[in-house]
Design a protein around this ligand. Structure first.
Ligand SMILES: N[C@@H](CCC(=O)N[C@@H](CS)C(=O)NCC(=O)O)C(=O)O
Length: 188
């Protein structure tokens, strides 16, 4: 089994966390944007290949890994909703990031980007209200959220100063060895 990805992507990080949690044997192949454009029809990472099976989305990869290791995956509807809402917000945030990085297009240049940005802001507010910080181990919805928040801070895309519950969730995730171990590298 091989997984293609980067050490900075929050989608890939979730998969790396589950691989470490489940102890499944899988080769990690570091992949840049040029390589992912050739490897995957979606031109994104992560990508998982296991024999004849190719999975092009972190959601299907996570389901495959959890179930392969004998666990259920997002069985609780509230956790599933949390996971999906985070995906929407994270996609918008990553979209804003790439347009700025690759094309130098900012919020002032595009009405649609402004809509994406307001989606991020209202999404973060809602996530702050929806999440109730419990204890380890984190659910897949919570792991997703912690990966997104850590990436957002790393790339300076989000501000959590008024979002206490999200700060608490990230603090709790920071006490988890595997979460710490998979943090994005500081020098990129
Ligand atoms: N829905 C996908 C999203 C993955 C994604 O957006 N990956 C980013 C890296 S964080 C990517 O490869 N972007 C390349 C691009 O947009 O060209 C998943 O869950 O795997």
């Amino acid at each position: 089994m091989k997984i293609y990805g980067s050490f900075t992507s929050p989608f890939v990080r979730h998969c790396r966390i589950v691989l470490l949690e489940t102890n499944l044997s899988c080769e990690f192949v570091e992949t840049d944007a040029q390589q992912s454009a050739q490897l995957s029809p979606t031109k994104k990472v992560p990508l998982l290949i296991d024999g004849d099976l190719t999975l092009t989305d972190s959601s299907s990869i996570l389901k495959y890994l959890r179930e392969k290791a004998g666990f259920s995956y997002l069985a609780d509807i509230k956790d599933f909703e949390l996971f999906n809402m985070i995906n929407t917000v994270m996609d918008a945030c990553v979209n804003i990031f790439f347009l700025e990085k690759m094309d130098n297009i900012g919020l002032n240049d595009s009405k649609y980007l402004q809509r994406q940005n307001s989606r991020v802001l209202s999404g973060l507010q809602e996530l702050n209200s929806a999440v109730s910080v419990g204890k380890l181990p984190l659910t897949d919805g919570e792991i997703r959220l912690a990966c997104f928040l850590d990436w957002g801070l790393y790339r300076k895309r989000i501000d959590l100063s008024e979002l206490d519950n999200l700060q608490r969730l990230l603090e709790l995730a920071g006490t988890d060895e595997i979460f710490k171990q998979t943090a994005p590298p500081l020098n990129l």
